[in-house]
Ligand binder design. Structure first.
Ligand code: PMP
Length: 427
């Protein structure tokens, strides 16, 4: 006898749920997990081979041998997160720029920096408020902003990051329309960005800081969000100073975001934000209503990894693994597409992504021929249109390749399949 399904009417969803519908990241993560036989150069999973299993194992053993600390780790902690980790983080992440070292009270620990982005946006944005983003940009944050009803305005960026001239023009234009005081933030993924792999140059860092600082003084208050998710994944060249080390008033308007997801482990999921002092209480009020503190166990584990030096020792292993994968990606692109003027890519100095621009007539979106051909050939990528705001005229011929999760053979195979799909499409 079959049991009848209970007849429950579906609840009416909130407007916010409607705004969240169709979020690209959920779909991309699902695709990667659902089709393990396809070569995924899409979702930004990290490298399995260099996950810090042994280092974390050692940290866990040390925790197990210290019942007092273990007991503490298993308990709730402060809403802002472990004070000792925040102190350590301030020290560790600004070790080369001690003058810019923030007070631990300005740091809020979150379950990954996505949670921090959400928290900050929730605390500072009303529907209709404007966030200017360097485009193409991190599409998960676009989803967060859409969910809050914020208006996202894209500003062109090149291999040196956001174009300052274009940003100034946009801001002036908005001001003329009477919307200057609705601009609440400028968002930049400052190093090896997701998706385009570009890094904000030193000169642009200074210009951006000057522009925002001037706007705050002359027009209205706004924040400069510097998302440093990939900062520790540099494989070539000299590192650059963080934005907060480059302007004497930075502590009043720059928000620096960091995460251990890419440089250590996303499963542990510890991220953070450094915020202007006046914002902390407001963010913590909201965080209190959400979870009154992100998982403390993860924070204690990360602190142990920092304290013991495991983090510093493991970082070169991760960097080395990704550098080789980046080189495999560029080599494969060169081999498959080299000499084809219709296909361009940038060589990033770090991070996890390579951004490609194909022949203008090729539509890389999910309803286009190229996507279809790629899936049939057995390879996944992120269609570039996800990385542009709804109001932008997104170029339809771009794609993001993520080289994080595949090994070098997988990368070569994926790029070869992509080239075959491309030939299927343009022939
Ligand atoms: N910012 C950017 C630009 C990212 O690409 C990511 C991860 N994909 C994050 C923030 C956040 O990652 P997590 O929440 O795992 O810290």
């Amino acid at each position: 006898m079959s049991i009848a399904e209970p007849d429950i009417a579906n609840i009416k969803l909130s407007e916010r749920a409607g705004l969240a519908a169709g979020a690209a990241i959920g779909k991309l993560m699902r695709q990667a997990l659902q089709f393990p036989d396809l070569v995924s150069l899409a979702a930004g999973f990290v490298d399995n081979a260099t996950l810090p299993s042994e280092a974390v194992g050692r940290c866990m053993s040390r925790l197990a041998e210290n019942p007092a600390l273990l007991g503490k780790a298993l308990q709730y902690d402060a809403t802002a997160g472990s004070h000792s980790l925040r102190e350590k983080l301030a020290e560790w992440s600004f070790q080369n720029y001690p003058d810019a070292k923030p007070h631990a009270d300005r740091i809020i620990l979150t379950a990954g920096s996505n949670q921090f982005l959400h928290l900050l946006s929730e605390a500072t944005l009303d529907p209709g408020d404007i966030v200017l983003v360097a485009e193409p940009t991190y599409f998960v944050y676009l989803g967060t902003l859409k969910n809050l009803g914020a208006k996202v305005i894209g500003v062109p960026a090149d291999e040196d990051g956001i174009c300052i001239h274009a940003l100034k023009e946009k801001m002036d234009e908005l001001s003329k329309q009477g919307l200057g005081d609705r601009i609440k933030a400028v968002y930049s993924v400052t190093e090896f960005d997701n998706p385009a792999g570009s890094t904000l140059s030193l000169q642009r860092r200074r210009e951006l800081l000057d522009l925002v600082a001037r706007w705050r003084k002359e027009k209205s208050p706004l924040l400069l969000l510097s998302d440093n998710a990939y900062q520790l994944l540099r494989y070539y060249g000299e590192s650059l100073p963080p934005l907060s080390a480059l302007h004497e008033e930075a502590a009043d308007f720059v928000v620096e975001l960091g995460t251990f997801s890419k440089s250590f482990s996303p499963g542990i999921r510890v991220g953070w934000g450094v915020v202007p002092e006046y914002l902390t209480a407001h963010l913590l009020d909201i965080k209190s209503n959400i979870d009154f503190g992100s998982p403390h166990f993860s924070q204690v584990l990360v602190e142990e990894a920092l304290q013991s030096g495991e983090m510093d020792q493991h970082l070169p292993v991760i960097q080395d693994g990704y550098r080789r994968k980046l080189e495999a990606t560029i080599d494969a692109l060169q081999q498959e597409f080299g000499g084809n003027e219709d296909i361009q890519w940038r060589q990033p100095q770090g991070g996890l992504y390579v951004w490609l621009e194909l022949l203008e007539s090729v539509d890389t979106g999910e309803s286009g021929k190229f996507w279809q051909a790629s899936v049939e050939r057995g390879v996944l990528y992120v269609p570039g249109h996800h990385c542009f705001s709804r109001d932008s005229v997104a170029p339809s011929n771009t794609i993001r390749l993520s080289f994080g999760v595949q090994n070098e053979d997988g990368i070569r195979k994926g790029v070869k399949l992509l080239a075959e799909a491309y030939n299927d499409t343009v022939k």
